[in-house]
Design a protein around this ligand. Structure first.
Ligand code: ARG
Length: 461
């Protein structure tokens, strides 16, 4: 079993079926750069503890540099017999520096503490990338909101017309949700910022290696407090998968709206040609595929999270090979978001909003009824009566296919003497929107405040 990390106590090499099952190089090879960074830090710790002479350390580091260059150039790839990235890189290093020196690097570490460290390094880097992409999307939403400060649209509950709102208010609602996802990512980083290196297989190392300096070398805040926890836990991976799934879910909710807004029936938006697709048979079609893929991929992100949680459930401490199953789902979540977010941002940034159409529909469906009821309350009519009176007004208008502002003065007075003609002052969508001026409301003055608050929040994360 030449080149393997564990052949000696076995009479025969692994069966081909086992090799095929066990192999992880087709997905963990992308951790090669982190593995080599770990090896450099580990070599320095070995040298500091006296296990590598200064010239050996120099030769080891030079060998690792040359190995890295050859991995990057593609000259060195995982071989057929390699089980995982750690073993493959060790044999390649031995090929470069010889087995005497190369064979010293594994002292005091295990693939168990290695892999637990590498996955954190990988996720930290990608958390930063995904965070930057989220900021771009939040910026695109804020820019669209800023470009449409006065546009009014039908606000909905239960997908029914509810109350008119500013388009900017609605767009910023999505931006606020995404800002919390960004905050989750930043907060996740605090828990990810720990180095399992030094945990060994599970119980720690006898060699007196300085785990704190390894952590520092790797850009991690410090070593793990417990070697069993360090090698056996994957909650940090699962939490990342949760944040990724939550981002997917938040995108899917906006995606669904864009799909609806883009229908002929709504006619609220037109997608840019560069961010929509055609049909192979229907020449007229222009489809919202980015939004649909966002909606679809949110399912995949949820699946990655639930698969990972299922792997972890009831897994006894410490390391079990089951833990190898953490990587494909979370790598997939990373790759999914890194492809999806830029396309989604491009789609949002280039959306054309048909504000006339939105404005035309904003008062429809009696969306000003609450304004009438609250107008009555301001005249000291108890809300219960105000609700009744307004309900009767809506019914009167609906039976005659009228909008509320088309009901004449006589009919208003007949419904209730409280409904004097000045009620018309609240029967415009502009009046309605402007009057919702409490904190967080849709009044233009309140929405204007959100831009700087949102920018501050994102900047301080
Ligand atoms: N490739 C493994 C993983 O991803 C690490 C190897 C540990 N293997 C072992 N038999 N202890 O978790």
């Amino acid at each position: 079993n030449e080149g393997s990390l564990w052949g000696a106590r076995f009479a025969t090499g692994p069966s081909p079926e086992l090799q095929r099952l066990s192999k992880s190089t087709h997905f963990d090879w992308q951790l090669a750069g982190y593995d080599l960074a770990g090896s450099r830090a580990h070599a320095r710790a070995l040298a500091a503890a006296g296990y590598l002479a200064p010239d050996e350390l120099d030769a080891m580091l030079a060998g690792l540099d040359s190995l890295e260059a050859r991995v990057i150039s593609g000259e060195i790839v995982a071989g057929e017999a390699d089980e995982d990235v750690h073993g493959a890189l060790e044999s390649a290093l031995i090929g470069i520096v010889g087995s005497e020196l190369g064979g010293k690097l594994r002292a005091g570490r295990s693939r168990n503490d290695q892999i637990a460290t590498l996955v954190r390094l990988y996720l930290k880097d990608h958390a930063a990338t995904i965070g930057r992409e989220l900021v771009h999307l939040i910026d695109a939403l804020a820019a669209q909101a800023d470009a449409h400060r006065t546009a009014i649209m039908p606000g909905r509950t239960h997908l029914q017309h509810a109350q008119p709102v500013l388009l900017a208010h609605h767009l910023l609602a999505h931006a606020w949700a995404l800002s919390r996802d960004l905050e989750r990512l930043v907060d996740w980083t605090k828990r990810a910022d720990v180095s399992p290196y030094g945990g060994g297989a599970l119980a720690g190392s006898t060699l007196g290696l300085d785990a704190a300096s390894v952590a520092r070398d790797l850009g991690l805040a410090g070593p793990a407090e417990n070697s069993i926890d360090a090698t056996a836990s994957r909650d940090v991976v699962a939490e990342f998968a949760f944040v990724a799934a939550m981002i997917g879910i938040d995108l899917s909710r906006f995606a669904e709206e864009i799909i609806l807004w883009n229908t002929r029936e709504f006619g609220f938006v037109t997608l840019d040609d560069g961010y929509s697709t055609g049909s192979s048979i229907m020449p007229q079609k222009k489809n919202p595929d980015i939004a649909e893929l966002a909606r679809g991929k949110s399912g995949r992100l949820i699946g990655n999270l639930t698969g990972l949680l299922a792997t972890l459930k009831a897994l006894p401490l410490a390391y079990n090979r089951d833990l190898q199953e953490d990587k494909e789902p979370v790598f997939d979540s990373v790759e999914t978001l890194e492809v999806l977010l830029p396309a989604f941002t491009g789609m949002v940034a280039t959306l054309t909003f048909h504000t006339d159409r939105m404005a035309e529909l904003a008062p429809a469906g009696f969306s000003l009824a609450t304004d009438v009821a609250e107008w009555l309350v301001k005249r000291r009519v108890p809300f219960r009566d105000a609700h009744e009176i307004t309900g009767a007004l809506v019914r009167y208008a609906e039976e005659r296919s009228l909008e509320l502002d088309a009901v004449d003065d006589e009919a208003l007075a007949a419904i209730s003497p409280h409904l004097t003609p000045d009620v018309r002052e609240v029967l415009t969508v502009e009046g309605s929107v402007a009057s919702r001026d409490g904190i967080g409301g849709t009044a233009p003055v309140r929405v204007a405040e959100q831009f700087s608050r949102l920018a501050d929040r994102v900047r301080h994360l």
